[in-house]
Design a binder for this molecule. Structure first.
Ligand SMILES: Nc1nc2c(ncn2[C@@H]2O[C@H](COP(=O)(O)OP(=O)(O)OP(=O)(O)O)[C@@H](O)[C@H]2O)c(=O)[nH]1
Ligand SMILES: [Mg+2]
Length: 275
């Protein structure tokens, strides 16, 4: 059992066929795993009725809150809005497309409270092979560029101490939000552990696809984040220890250029294809 209150943030962009089962499952499972909880649905400018569905769900249960973005703002912005509405002692996020099962939170529960952040990793990722290869390269790049040692940076199944997340300023509008959170948490000296979770094929809704726009956006976000992190001053006193803050070196800059260039030319930057 997680002691205290958990806020489950569910970013949703055009998930009308997936959202209700995800929320129902959370309402069934969470009472067995946490003392108290809220569910924060972030409707990220959906055009398929997800927003109205989210309002209906919230009207049927006071533990559900909805945040609407009038226009689609991207995965990172959706998470950031969800965090701002979260009132729990711990904040978790999970995709709302049925690719994760909230019941797997039981694997993370023993570590919540012991670590500042407990991250899931996908044991057998149910995505196209090229995306798995891309993810491997991306995780390596994040390790070199940002000092983040995690095997599955983008896994959308993580639990944070809420005060840590609240102390960190987040600016990435898109898919790089996971990297930004982890890079800033690492610089603040956060402790974390990784736990394997199941991953399922997306059963409904539009899947991400590669496009030059996505490639360009991801490359730009990576470079911008790397530049920002050079002068980043982490918040003090919000973690349970860890390494002192440090500056990133010029050697990493070369690695950044090489890796980002290679990824861009291979056209592999396809995560979060819809935005
Ligand atoms: N792609 C995308 N997802 C968003 C956005 N805003 C919120 N989301 C939600 O963020 C979660 C992750 O997005 P997904 O499209 O599932 O990303 P993915 O799992 O890498 O890719 P697929 O499931 O293959 O499409 C889902 O719950 C989306 O509904 C957005 O602007 N773009
Ligand atoms: Mg998905």
């Amino acid at each position: 059992m997680i002691p205290g209150r958990l806020s489950l943030v569910l970013p949703a962009h055009n998930e009308v066929d997936n959202l209700a089962p995800v929320v129902r499952r959370a309402l069934d499972v969470l009472p067995c795993l946490v003392a108290d909880f809220q569910i924060v649905i972030v409707d990220d400018g959906s055009r398929d009725g997800t927003g109205a569905l989210a309002d209906e769900l919230a009207a049927s249960d006071p533990r559900i809150t909805v945040v609407h973005h009038p226009r689609n703002r991207g995965y990172g912005a959706a998470l950031t809005s969800g965090f701002a509405a979260a009132t729990g002692d711990y904040i978790m996020f999970m995709d709302s497309d049925q690719q994760f099962d909230i019941a797997d939170l039981s694997f993370l529960v023993p570590f919540v409270g012991q670590y500042d952040l407990v991250a899931g990793y996908r044991i057998a990722r149910q995505d196209a092979r090229y995306r798995i290869v891309y993810a491997w390269i991306f995780n390596l790049a994040v390790r070199i560029l940002f000092g983040v040692r995690l095997r599955d940076v983008d896994c959308a199944f993580k639990v944070f101490r809420a005060d840590l997340l609240r102390a960190i300023d987040l600016t990435s509008p898109g898919a790089l939000i996971n990297t930004e959170i982890l890079a800033k948490a690492e610089r603040a000296g956060a402790t974390w552990t990784e736990v394997g979770v199941n991953h399922y094929p997306r059963p409904a809704g539009a899947s991400s696809g590669g496009s030059p726009r996505v490639v360009v956006r991801a490359v730009k976000e990576t470079i911008a984040l790397w530049l920002r992190m050079r002068d980043y001053t982490p918040p003090i006193g919000v973690t349970s220890g860890g390494p002192p803050p440090r500056r990133l070196g010029i050697g990493q800059g070369s690695v950044l250029g090489a890796i980002v260039g290679a990824l861009a030319s291979l056209g592999l930057l396809t995560r979060r294809g819809r935005r």
